[in-house]
Design a protein around this ligand. Structure first.
Ligand SMILES: *Cc1c(COP(=O)(O)O)cnc(C)c1O
Length: 365
C-alpha cells in the first residue's frame, strides 16, 4: 500500500489530501497576528458560501469535536423558556436529547423507525402546539439516514420555529441551502467531509441566531458564543484554537473552491456513494443496505443472518488493512458502515470490493 498506510472508509477521522497532510508536518505558528486573522476571515467566507448562508451570517470556529458545537448551540440558542422538538433516530440524535435533559430545556422527542426518516404525518402531529425550537442531525450518521430537510424546514417555517441543524456529516455531501431553508444554526466538524484532523467544529449562525446569542446568558465560559462572535469580528478566537487544524481547514476549503466549489464536491462524494452501491449489486454481495433514505456520506450495511458485522470490520482491518466503520451497542453485530468522505477515489472502492469478494471466497460473508 502507498504511504497513506491505511485505506480508511470510516466516517471520521477520514483520509486527508496530500496538501492538508503537509501542513500537519509544519511548525504551528503563533496566531495573534494579522496573517492568521486574514486566514480566519477567509475560512469564514468560504464556510458561509458553501453552506449557502445569508451574507450577514456569522461563523464560530470552536476548538473541540462536533459535540462541543452541538452543546454550544443548544445552550446559546435555547433556554428553559423554550419548547424544543428533537429527532432521536440514533446516537447523535440521542446526544441532543441528553443535552436538553442536562440543561432542563422542555422538549418532545420524535423517534423514527430504524432505517427510516420522519414523515409529513409524524411532523403534522406537532403543528400549532407552541414549539419554539427544532433540533435535528440531518444525516443521522450512526444509522446512515438522511432526514428530509425540506419537510422539516416547511414545518418550522409554518410554525415559526427556530431550526438548528447538526450537519456534521452532511456538510459538503448533501445539497443544503441554509438561507433558503430558513435554517438558523448549522453545525459541522473538521474530521468529516472537511477531511482534516479532528479538533475544530464550526457553527454557522443566521442573523437571527446571532441576535439570539447576544440576548441569552448561558452559564458557560468556553462555550459562550458571544465571546466567539466578538473575537471573530477581528478574525480571532477568545482562546488558543487548534491553530494547525484551522490552517488545514483553510487549505481544504481553498482546494474545494479551486475544484469548482460546493456543488462539485457534493457531486464527487455522491458519485462515490453511487459507485460503491452499484458495485455491491453488481457482485451480488450478501449485504442489505439498511436505510431507505440514504445520505451521500455513508452506506449502512447489514450482513446476512449469522454473520457478524463487527467481525467483518475486524477482519478487514486486521487482514486487509482496510477500515470500515463499526457500529456499537445493539447494532454491533448487525450493522457496519462504509463512508464516502475523505480523500477517496473509485479505485479505492475497487480495492474494498476485491477484499470483500476474497472474504466471500473464504466463506467469511
Ligand atoms: C461525527 C458526528 C458528530 C460529532 O461527533 P464528535 O465525535 O463529537 O466529533 C455529531 N453529529 C453527527 C451527525 C456526526 O456525524
Amino acid at each position: 500500500m502507498d504511504k497513506r498506510q491505511m485505506l480508511n472508509f470510516t466516517v471520521g477521522p477520514v483520509m486527508s489530501s496530500e496538501a492538508v497532510r503537509e501542513i500537519g508536518a509544519e511548525q504551528v505558528p503563533y496566531f495573534r497576528t494579522a496573517e492568521f486573522s486574514a486566514l480566519m476571515f477567509e475560512n469564514e467566507r468560504l464556510v458561509k458560501e458553501f453552506a449557502r448562508a445569508d451574507e450577514d451570517a456569522r461563523v464560530c470556529f470552536m476548538t473541540g469535536s462536533g459535540t462541543a458545537s452541538m452543546e454550544a448551540a443548544v445552550i446559546n440558542i435555547f433556554t428553559t423558556r423554550d419548547k424544543v422538538l428533537v429527532i432521536d433516530g440514533g446516537s447523535f440524535g440521542h446526544r441532543f436529547v441528553e443535552m436538553l435533559e442536562i440543561y432542563e430545556i422542555p422538549h418532545s422527542v420524535i423517534k423514527p423507525a430504524f432505517g427510516h426518516g420522519v414523515t409529513e404525518a409524524q411532523l403534522a402531529e406537532y403543528d400549532g402546539k407552541g414549539y419554539t425550537g427544532f433540533l435535528v442531525n440531518i444525516d443521522e450518521t450512526s444509522v446512515g439516514v438522511l432526514y428530509d430537510i425540506r419537510l422539516i424546514s416547511d414545518f418550522c417555517k409554518r410554525n415559526g420555529i427556530f431550526l438548528v441543524v447538526d450537519s456534521i456529516s452532511s456538510f459538503l455531501c448533501d445539497p443544503f441551502d441554509m438561507k433558503d431553508l430558513d435554517v438558523q444554526v448549522m453545525i459541522t466538524g473538521s474530521q468529516k467531509a472537511l477531511a482534516c484532523p479532528p479538533g475544530i467544529s464550526i457553527i454557522v449562525l443566521s442573523p437571527a441566531a446571532v441576535q439570539k446569542v447576544y440576548s441569552n446568558k448561558p452559564k458557560t465560559m468556553y462555550l459562550d458564543l458571544k465571546l466567539a462572535l466578538k473575537n471573530g469580528e477581528r478574525g480571532q478566537t477568545p482562546f488558543t484554537p487548534a491553530v494547525g487544524t484551522l490552517r488545514q481547514i483553510h487549505r481544504r476549503l481553498k482546494e474545494i473552491e479551486a475544484a469548482g466549489g460546493v456543488e462539485t464536491e457534493i457531486a464527487r462524494i455522491g458519485g462515490l456513494a453511487k459507485y460503491f452501491r452499484e458495485k455491491l449489486r453488481e457482485f451480488d454481495l450478501p449485504f442489505t443496505i439498511v436505510s431507505n433514505s440514504r445520505p451521500n456520506a455513508v452506506t449502512p450495511i447489514s450482513p446476512r443472518e449469522g454473520v457478524s458485522a463487527n467481525q467483518i470490520f475486524l477482519t478487514l482491518k486486521d487482514e486487509y488493512g482496510i477500515w470500515v466503520c463499526p457500529n456499537g451497542g445493539d447494532l454491533k453485530d448487525k450493522v457496519f458502515r462504509v463512508g464516502h468522505i475523505g480523500a477517496l477515489e473509485e479505485k479505492d472502492y475497487d480495492t474494498l470490493i476485491r477484499a470483500l469478494l476474497d472474504m466471500r471466497d473464504r466463506g467469511l460473508l
